[in-house]
Design a binder for this molecule. Structure first.
Ligand SMILES: O=C(O)CCC(=O)C(=O)O
Ligand SMILES: [Fe+2]
Length: 248
C-alpha cells in the first residue's frame, strides 16, 4: 500500500511509470498467441488513407471484448493492477476498454500525440499498457515519452516524428506494465521486426466522460474518431489559438 502511494507520487511527477515483471510471462505468452491467432501478422488497416497520412498512427486497433474473447479479463482484474489504479486515480475510477494495438513489419509506429485534449487537466485517460513480448531496438516499436509533459498543456505544433527535448525512450519487456497519463506527449518508433504489439487496458477517473479519448491531439491536427472528422488543422491556425484555451 505504502509502495503504491510512492508509485502514485512518481506517476504524478513524471506522467508515466514503468514496472518490469508486473505480469506473469506464461500469461503474456498466452495472450500473445491469442492476438496472433486472431489477427495474424499482417492485419488490414481500417482507417482511411488520409487519417493514416495525417496522423502517422500506423497501427491496427483490435478490441478482444467485442469478439467475446475472455482471455484478457484476468489481466484486467489483476488485484495488484486494480489497487495500483486506485492509488493513481482514486476510488470509483472507471474501466474504459481493452485495446490491442498491432503494428506489422515496416510500420511507421505512431507519431507524437496526446490521447485526449489537455485543456481540462482533470479530464484524462490512463493507459495501462501491457507488453506480451519484448520490445527491443532490433524489433523497434519503442515507446517514447516526454517526462512531465502531462502538466505542460497541448503538445507543440511541429514535426510529427521529430525529436522532442527531454524525450525518454522506453523498451518494455514481456510482462512490463507501463502506466501512461493520456496528456503525456508520447509516440511509438517504427517497427523493424515481424510485428510489434501492446495491449492497453484503458481507464479514467470518476466523473470523466467515458468518451474522453474520442478526440486525439497530434502535432499537426486533432481528430475525432467517432465521426472520422479532422476537427482542427493546427498548421492552419494562428499562434494565439494554440494556447489550449477551451473553445466550447
Ligand atoms: O503501444 C504503446 O506503447 C503506446 C500506444 C499509445 O499511444 C497508447 O496506448 O495511447
Ligand atoms: Fe497514445
Amino acid at each position: 500500500m505504502e509502495e503504491n502511494s510512492k508509485l502514485a507520487e512518481q506517476f504524478w511527477e513524471e506522467g508515466f511509470l514503468v514496472l518490469d515483471g508486473f505480469l506473469e510471462s506464461l500469461k503474456m505468452d498466452e495472450l500473445n498467441e491469442c492476438i496472433l491467432e486472431n489477427l495474424g501478422k499482417a492485419p488490414e488497416n481500417l482507417h482511411s488513407d488520409e487519417f493514416l497520412e495525417r496522423s502517422g498512427a500506423d497501427v491496427v486497433p483490435w478490441f478482444p471484448q467485442h469478439h467475446g474473447i475472455t482471455a484478457f479479463d484476468e489481466v484486467a482484474n489483476n488485484p495488484r493492477l486494480l489497487e495500483l489504479t486506485t492509488a493513481l486515480l482514486g476510488p470509483e475510477w472507471q474501466e474504459l476498454y481493452s485495446m490491442v494495438m498491432f503494428s506489422r513489419q515496416g510500420s511507421k509506429g505512431q507519431s507524437w500525440h496526446q490521447d485526449c485534449p489537455p485543456e481540462f487537466p482533470s479530464h484524462f485517460n490512463l493507459n495501462r499498457l501491457v507488453y506480451t513480448h519484448d520490445v527491443t531496438p532490433e524489433i523497434g516499436g519503442q515507446t517514447v515519452v516526454v517526462p512531465g509533459s502531462h502538466r505542460q498543456g497541448v503538445i507543440p505544433i511541429g514535426d510529427p516524428d521529430g525529436v522532442l527535448e527531454g524525450q525518454h525512450v522506453l523498451e518494455p519487456k514481456r510482462g512490463t506494465l507501463v502506466l501512461l497519463h493520456g496528456h503525456t506527449w508520447h509516440r511509438v518508433l517504427s517497427v523493424k521486426g515481424t510485428y510489434r504489439v501492446s495491449t492497453n487496458f484503458r481507464a479514467c477517473p470518476q466523473g470523466v466522460p467515458k468518451d474522453v479519448t474520442d478526440v486525439c491531439v497530434y502535432r499537426n491536427m486533432r481528430y475525432r474518431f467517432s465521426t472520422g472528422v479532422f476537427v482542427e488543422d493546427r498548421l492552419a491556425m494562428p499562434d494565439r489559438v494554440q494556447t489550449g484555451t477551451p473553445t466550447h
